[in-house]
Ligand binder design. Sequence first.
Ligand code: M3P
Ligand code: FE
Length: 311
Amino acid sequence: MALTGVTRPGHIQLRVLDLDEAVRFYRDVLGLTETGRDASGRVYFKAWDERDHSSVILRQADRAGMDFFGFKVLDEATLTKLEADLKAYGVATERIPAGELLETGERVRFTIPTGHAIELFATKKFVGNGLEPVNPKPWSPASDRGIAPVRLDHALLYGPDVGGVLKLFTEVLGFNLTEYVTLPDSDEKGALWLSCSNKAHDIAFVVHPDPGKLHHVSFLLDSWDKVLRAADIMAVNDVKVDIGPTRHGITRGGTIYAWDPSGNRFETFMGGTAPYPDWPAIHWTWEGLGEGGGLDVAQRKLHDTFLTVVT
Ligand code: M3P
Ligand code: FE
């Protein structure tokens, strides 16, 4: 689809247990760029090739996890329209004033049936990627610190009522279902990959009894070499790795799942399919997720941590 309504993942606010340790990790190991701190102590980061002020916001808390995930919409008129559409659909929405997040306009926040806080916003300060606007070079010094992802790519969230989320994202927010997993001996969808673009996914969900859980936040790298380099950087810095480097059958992305110092899982990811909206969603069975290589093409098993370790 043309990128008209919801255009992309814009920001995620993560809770971390030790802010100083987290800042060192996100800046020096993951290689994001710090772009600001606010009066409440939150620290803002962007990936090197992102153009807006910030995409990752860290907040010190006594429990890890995600506070909210925000999508950037095309403009303020689209924000108002989607807010009205959500209300008409029966979703309670809240307007958060401009400036509550640094350099960010008004946000429309709502809770989805998996218990997650999702936001839409239209305005965030353009700061650029450090390259010249005319005849840019392909590289900047910020692209070579730590793992140095290109951008925040997607998140995988866990919670109940994945079916309700499918309806909301496809019927109100204009997302397409690209791939899904059905539960054992059932037609019920237990996992969804949803796209507002022609990326394999901009957000994904897996059914889980506890609401509001984060499985992982994912950062895009531009080659498999960079994923292997990320594995080396993780080893050098004693980062705890969950799965990989390998490839997901679902989305076909090259991947490593690992944990930040607070236990929030993150992914360094490359590639993936580029589905068009007229493509039917790909169906994976429960066995396909595990032995069929949906999760891990190389090992073809459902790793224990996949369903159990979330923040
Ligand atoms: C992803 C992801 C799985 C495939 C996942 C693909 C979990 O990019 O969300 O990690 O089977
Ligand atoms: Fe992922």
